[in-house]
Design a binder for this molecule. Structure first.
Ligand SMILES: [Zn+2]
Length: 211
């Protein structure tokens, strides 16, 4: 695909941006927890769990090595684990490299089932003006770790974000939405990123217009 940089007038917040939203998968995938009869935090993460609410912080957990029994089960190229981590298939990772997209780091993991999976670590965060972000906090924040009991809903709204001029950079908001277990990775891509992903038939992403 031929790529031409857009003119300055159509960059940043004037460009069309999408939440790269993972589609549901048939199986629940977990990195830090395991489902036996009930959901349990894996041993590796016990010592970093909040002593008050029991949640683990995503980026702290990703510093620790994955347990070898972790598996990703999906036919998609782009998947969100139930504990909030986005993973790229080898194919999605190759497209990211081939088109020289930016904004992410990857942890390669050969333990995640048969295929090589790449765990996404966002590295370019865009500022969020929390006064206009529209976050709705659900329940009280934990007095120890600050995560909200039931997470957050809505937001951040587009007007609260300062989006980059480079349309090939995949970014994350500096203040994340939370789910019931803690922080969840959210990625934003321009319509150029969308075109690249669609043209190469990368599966598992819904492109949700940011509002
Ligand atoms: Zn806590």
């Amino acid at each position: 695909m031929k790529f031409e940089m857009p003119s300055v007038e159509v960059c940043g917040n004037n460009m069309e941006w999408f939440w790269l939203t993972p589609q549901d998968t048939t199986h629940n995938n977990w990195l830090f927890y395991q489902e036996n009869h009930r959901l349990q935090l894996r041993d590796t993460y016990r010592e970093i769990a909040c002593a008050q609410c029991g949640k683990v912080k995503l980026f702290d957990a990703l510093q620790l090595p994955l347990e070898s029994s972790v598996r990703i089960r999906t036919t998609h190229d782009f998947v969100l684990t139930e504990d909030g981590v986005i993973c790229f298939s080898q194919r999605a990772f190759d497209i990211y490299q081939q088109y020289q997209l930016g904004g992410l780091e990857f942890i390669q993991s050969t333990v995640l089932g048969v295929t090589d999976w790449h765990i996404v670590l966002p590295k370019q965060f865009v500022p969020v003006d929390e006064s206009i972000a529209g976050f709705e906090y659900l329940g009280r924040p934990c007095p120890r770790c600050g995560l909200y009991k039931y997470g957050t809903a809505i937001g951040p709204l587009k007007e609260s974000l300062t989006l980059p001029n480079n349309p090939l950079t995949i970014v994350s908001p500096s203040r994340y939405r939370e789910n019931i277990r803690g922080i969840q990775t959210w990625l934003l891509g321009s319509h150029f990123v969308r075109e690249i992903m669609e043209e190469n038939q990368i599966t598992g992403i819904d492109y949700v217009n940011i509002i």
